[in-house]
Design a protein around this ligand. Structure first.
Ligand SMILES: [Zn+2]
Length: 94
């Protein structure tokens, strides 16, 4: 990859999820890390932490879903968070 191609890749959308204005896959990871830092630094985000991780993992399967078991766990976690108020109990059962 030459410098021009690399610059185009890193300044465009995330190659994995298509998010715009994140400076490519690396920028998307930095944004995710920043959000995780915020969640770990403020207990009020605790209720959405699992949903954050499940969503990001499903959007970036090449890095975060290396097995069918992982896929099912993230998909189930996301569904439980969005469809019920008992997500923690469902996730523990799964
Ligand atoms: Zn992404």
């Amino acid at each position: 990859m030459n410098d021009r191609t690399k610059a185009q890749v890193t300044s465009g959308p995330c190659e994995a999820c298509g998010a715009v204005a994140v400076e490519g896959r690396e920028g998307c990871q930095r944004l995710f890390d920043e959000i995780l830092g915020r969640e770990f630094g403020d207990y009020r985000y605790g209720r959405v932490h699992r949903l954050t991780v499940d969503t990001y993992s499903l959007q970036h399967p090449e890095q975060y879903m290396r097995s069918g078991k992982s896929f099912v766990a993230h998909l189930t976690g996301m569904c439980a968070a969005l469809e019920t108020v008992e997500a923690m109990a469902i996730n523990q059962a799964v």
